[in-house]
Ligand binder design. Structure first.
Ligand code: GRF
Length: 203
């Protein structure tokens, strides 16, 4: 049975999206409790942000397991220990596998720095610039077995400027991404949601 209002956040990097959730969750009216933050690597700013916020952390490294499937089973078990209502991948740079999705499929969301279905994968801002699009943005989606292919919860549009570099563009996307994440994670946890085929509806 899931713990009402609780989420587990998985991270791999600087954790600015995580920080936005930590800041929002400081207000009881937000209705979300971050039960734990998990990572696939040590020594990242995101884990320090969690520790500074007094949130339990764990690390589950692929290199510590014989196979990727074993890692996936272990990750699912670490997350399950906190009985989250929702799992949030916030800059988590690994694909979750069959065991993880068997347990948390339909209640795991991820944020992607492009307007899906454009530019899936890890180079969204770079590929948007290279393609010459005039608008890009970010997408919050319910994770499925594909790469950034799951049912879309929300999207935000960001204009591409003539003098953008990949860094300036990604920073503006991340600003939009943090607002989108805080807004929709709160709504999904407080109000519940359904996924019918590809359509996500917040109750
Ligand atoms: C975000 O743009 C996320 O979509 C992408 O990596 C970035 C993570 O940023 N996968 P942060 O670690 O939350 O600062």
């Amino acid at each position: 049975m899931a713990d009402t209002g609780s989420i587990v956040v998985l991270v791999s990097g600087s954790g600015t999206n995580l920080q936005a959730l930590i800041d929002a969750a400081a207000d009881p009216a937000y209705g979300v409790r971050i039960a734990a933050v998990g990572a696939d690597r040590d020594d990242i700013e995101a884990l320090l942000r969690a520790q500074r916020g007094g949130i339990p952390t764990f690390v589950c490294r692929t290199g510590d397991f014989a196979t990727r499937a074993d890692w996936d089973v272990a990750l699912a078990a670490r997350v399950a220990a906190y009985r989250p209502r929702l799992v949030v991948l916030a800059g988590f740079m690994k694909l979750t596998g069959e065991a993880f999705l068997g347990q948390f499929g339909g209640r795991t969301v991820n944020t992607h720095p492009a307007l899906s279905p454009s530019f899936p994968g890890v180079h969204g801002p770079q590929e948007a610039l290279d393609y010459g699009v005039k608008v890009t943005g970010c997408t919050l989606f319910v994770v499925d077995a594909g790469v950034d292919t799951g049912p879309i919860v929300a999207q935000r549009v960001v204009n591409v400027q003539d003098d953008d570099t990949v860094q300036t563009l990604h920073e503006r996307i991340k600003t939009a991404e943090r607002q989108m994440l805080v807004d929709y994670v709160g709504r999904m946890v407080r109000d519940g949601f359904t996924v019918t085929q590809r359509k996500v509806t917040i109750s």
